[in-house]
Design a protein around this ligand. Structure first.
Ligand SMILES: Cc1ncc(C[n+]2csc(CCOP(=O)(O)OP(=O)(O)O)c2C)c(N)n1
Ligand code: SF4
Length: 315
């Protein structure tokens, strides 16, 4: 175990930097992870929030955050983060801000921002090696405006803009973009995927990230009860099932070198994950779409075969 790393859920910090009673939906997976992320980041942060579900957490004069918070348009959160980082650095340089008072700059976005609308400004910030944290709450659609498809939406999901019917029995016909690989190609200081079902893994990733200057990025799989059409009580089990079936790989990359932090000993069939969600119900009713389910499974198998081959070479 690396120094500062924890082993059990009992070791997770009791400190809360996100108060309860927010307007987020019951069972929001993104909010559950955010709570853990903010525990790990501590109080001395400034949050830069692009338009999305989490924008609604702070509604003047109320805020669930202990820290400062800045709202930006969908495309420009990393630009906002750059401005804040620059201002902090100038104050530090001029001696007007003590090093002890420095703040971590944290961008919060959804996948619509990260995968689509804010991709250019994020790429620019990674290119400039901006020293910031970026947390993408990946609920696999534009959640705040009614669950429209984004380029993070998985193949065969039903969405507000990909309804299922006689003309289209599949839903979304494209495969999800690989944001991890897009970001990894910029060789950021630290990059990881996280899950609300694995808070120990999440906390340890933030502890490791702290040692690096530069961009520190986190993609969080965020089950979304209204969009995924699931029971709010099912969120954590569903997030765990995503890892157990291999559709959500837990991994990290330091300066572009990837390592998986959890490889299931035996993968569960993807059908178990799909069956529990209303957004995939058309794959099972009125007739089971075996070919579509097989296609999803094949895609996952293809990913893990390559990972396991590489792991075998290392041994
Ligand atoms: C340029 C622009 N287009 C559309 C909107 C309307 N809008 C506000 S939040 C939102 C959805 C954001 O989706 P995502 O980034 O996935 O975050 P989520 O709501 O799922 O957390 C949209 C489309 C906007 N604010 N700006
Ligand atoms: S719509 Fe989904 S992501 Fe947005 S607050 Fe509700 S559960 Fe969370």
């Amino acid at each position: 175990m690396r120094s500062g790393q924890i082993k059990s859920i009992k070791d997770i910090s009791r400190m809360e930097n996100l108060s309860p009673g927010t307007p987020a939906c019951a069972g929001c997976g993104g909010l559950l992870s955010l709570r853990h992320c903010l525990k790990a980041l501590g109080e001395k942060i400034v949050i830069v929030n692009a338009a999305g579900c989490f924008t609604l957490l702070s509604i003047y004069p109320f805020t669930p955050f202990k820290s400062s918070w800045l709202y930006t348009s969908m495309a420009s959160a990393p630009a906002g983060a750059q401005g804040i980082r620059d201002a902090l650095d100038i104050l530090l340089r001029k001696g007007k801000l003590d090093q002890k008072e420095d703040l971590k700059v944290v961008v919060l976005t959804g996948d619509g921002v990260a995968y689509d609308i804010g991709m250019a400004s994020t790429s620019g910030a990674l290119y400039r090696k901006l020293d910031f944290y970026y947390i993408c709450s990946d609920n696999e659609a534009y959640g705040n405006t009614g669950f429209q498809a984004s380029s993070a939406t998985p193949f065969a999901s039903r969405t507000g803009t990909a309804p299922v019917g006689a003309d289209n029995p599949v839903g979304v016909t494209l495969f999800k973009k690989d944001l991890f690989e897009i970001w990894r190609s910029h060789r950021p200081a630290y990059l990881a995927t996280i899950s609300p079902a694995h808070p120990v893994d999440l906390a340890n990733k933030f502890t490791r990230a702290e040692h690096y200057r530069g961009p520190k990025l986190f993609i969080n799989l965020s089950p979304c009860p209204p969009g995924w059409v699931t029971d709010p009580a099912y969120t954590t089990r569903l997030a765990k099932l995503a890892v157990d079936t291999g559709i959500w790989a837990l991994k990290e990359a330091v300066y572009g070198e990837t390592k998986h932090t959890l490889i299931p000993k035996k993968f569960k069939p993807i059908e178990e994950y799909l069956r529990g969600q209303g957004r995939f119900s058309h794959l099972f009713k009125p007739v089971k779409q075996e070919d579509i389910i097989r296609k999803i499974q094949k895609n996952i198998d293809w990913y893990w075969e390559r990972v396991l081959e590489k792991e075998a070479v290392k041994e």
